[in-house]
Design a protein around this ligand. Structure first.
Ligand code: SF4
Length: 459
């Protein structure tokens, strides 16, 4: 499967790529299919059933809101986060959803949206079923979708697979493993970023690639900026206070402290990660990198590169994103980027690995050093479980992003001080991560039935 780096890094809204972005896209697509089959006009109601992890933690992750927004014709990359509350309030007040300019359908939250905690659809732990009915309660169309992480969705419907998941494009430099990627770099004397540029040219010209990469950087920056300047409490009932604004003030007000303590740089890295993760938890605009739960790591390490690495420049940022994308594709292709499938190692672990590789690329390390950095970062995230308290992407997720960002920088530093040779290859660690995820009990995979989620009392 050929995927573009811009499929992996998608602009969307928080708090979860698999539980918010994916379901919103699926709901939108279901309405498109009704339209495509010319049965939209006959539709009187749409029932949505959420299974597995979506059934367990969908409420805390905003899946219900995402479904309503998707059915209302909004897509995660285009919606203005500031209008979301207004739309939801209106749906609640009017007990109807406007699925097109001419059509409103009845919508009762309890009747038309069901969270199934004990049922799972066969192919994946994040299953959804949409069923459309006419005015006499006759079924018009039923579709199952799976949200497989990072905002990607899979449907049995061929049209959906073609439009959203499958892309049979022949790439000039196809790779499915880290070994193949390194071989391509050696044979063609190219960097990983150059390989990625060449592959992206299948879909876009170089100007457009740079424009999209620069746009991602702008969204990353805007998200950090908003997070730094948005004090208050996060939604969801845990009463978690946003920490980034206060930390920002204290770092800005005491610059002389940084001269005494060189590790102040880590405070800044933590700050960037907290800012983005808090923005994500608040339902703000973020980039799936490769998921929303782990969305703070890559922007935090990019900001570290931009502000603290000598000779940082825009080409370094582009190389960072492309190389991180190459590593993310390896995980997506050979393991998983879904917390519901393999635990948090698939989200924070993968983001950490991608960021370590990206930083190494931005700092002009060799492909071997980059592969080594990516491997180290994942090796020390193996077994990381997903156990969000109250099903909210807040505790441990927000701090975990800060830890992941710092770990990525250290993985890069460990790799860059070596000669590129190492015992465990990236491919081996990806395979280990997948097997570890399969062996992990389901209560540790985004169900909030294990770990911190059951050992900390919600107040
Ligand atoms: S614990 Fe990790 S995988 Fe689970 S919701 Fe939080 S960030 Fe995502």
């Amino acid at each position: 499967m050929a995927i573009s780096v811009f499929d992996l890094f998608k602009v969307g809204i928080g708090p979860s790529s698999s539980h918010t972005v994916g379901p919103m896209r699926a709901a939108y697509l279901f309405c498109q299919q009704l339209k495509h089959r010319d049965i939209l006009k006959q539709t009187a109601t749409i029932k949505t059933d959420l299974f597995g992890s979506l059934g367990h933690t969908g409420k805390g992750h905003g899946t219900d809101k995402a479904i309503i927004l998707g059915l209302s014709g909004y897509q995660p990359d285009a919606i203005d986060p500031d209008i979301i509350d207004g739309i939801l309030n209106q749906v609640n007040k009017q007990q109807s959803i406007e699925i097109s300019a001419q059509l409103k359908i009845a919508f009762n939250y309890k009747k038309h949206l069901k969270f199934h905690k004990r049922k799972t659809l066969p192919l994946h732990s994040n299953g959804m079923r949409f069923v459309a009915y006419d005015g006499d309660d006759n079924e018009l169309l039923s579709k199952d979708f799976y949200s497989v992480g990072g905002g990607f969705i899979i449907s049995h419907n061929k049209l959906a697979q073609k439009e959203i998941v499958e892309d049979a494009t022949n790439l000039p430099f196809p790779f499915k493993s880290g070994e193949q990627l390194l071989a391509l770099c050696q044979t063609n004397k190219m960097t990983i970023a150059e390989i990625m540029y060449a592959n992206e040219k299948t879909w876009f010209n170089k100007r457009s690639i740079n424009k999209q990469l620069d746009n991602l950087w702008q969204v990353f920056k805007a998200c950090v900026e908003r997070g730094l300047n948005s004090p208050g409490e996060l939604p969801g009932g845990l009463k978690v206070k946003r920490r980034a604004p206060e930390l920002f003030q204290s770092l800005r007000n005491k610059p002389q402290a940084a001269l005494r303590d060189p590790l102040t740089i880590l405070d800044w890295v933590n700050l960037y990660a907290l800012a983005v993760s808090e923005e994500n938890a608040a339902g703000g605009r973020v980039v799936t990198a490769p998921t929303n739960g782990a969305a703070g790591i890559i922007p935090a390490v990019l900001h570290y590169y931009y502000h603290f690495c000598p000779e940082a420049n825009i080409q370094g940022i582009r190389n960072f994103i492309l190389t991180a994308g190459a590593v993310g594709m390896l995980y997506k292709e050979n393991a998983s980027i879904s917390g519901a499938e393999v635990g948090c190692q698939g989200e924070v672990g993968v983001a950490c690995s991608m960021a370590a590789a990206g930083l190494a690329a931005a700092c002009n390390e060799s492909p071997e050093h980059i592969e080594n950095a990516a491997e180290i970062a994942m090796e020390h995230n193996l077994g990381l479980t997903c156990d969000p308290i109250g099903g909210l992407v807040q505790i441990p997720c927000i701090e975990r992003n800060a830890m992941g960002a710092v770990k990525a920088i250290n993985a890069f530093r460990l790799a860059s001080r070596g000669d590129g040779s190492h015992w465990v290859s990236l491919d081996k660690v990806i395979k280990t991560m997948k097997i570890t995820g399969q062996d992990m009990q389901s209560k540790y995979k985004e169900t909030s039935r294990g770990g911190l989620a059951v050992n900390i009392i919600e107040c």
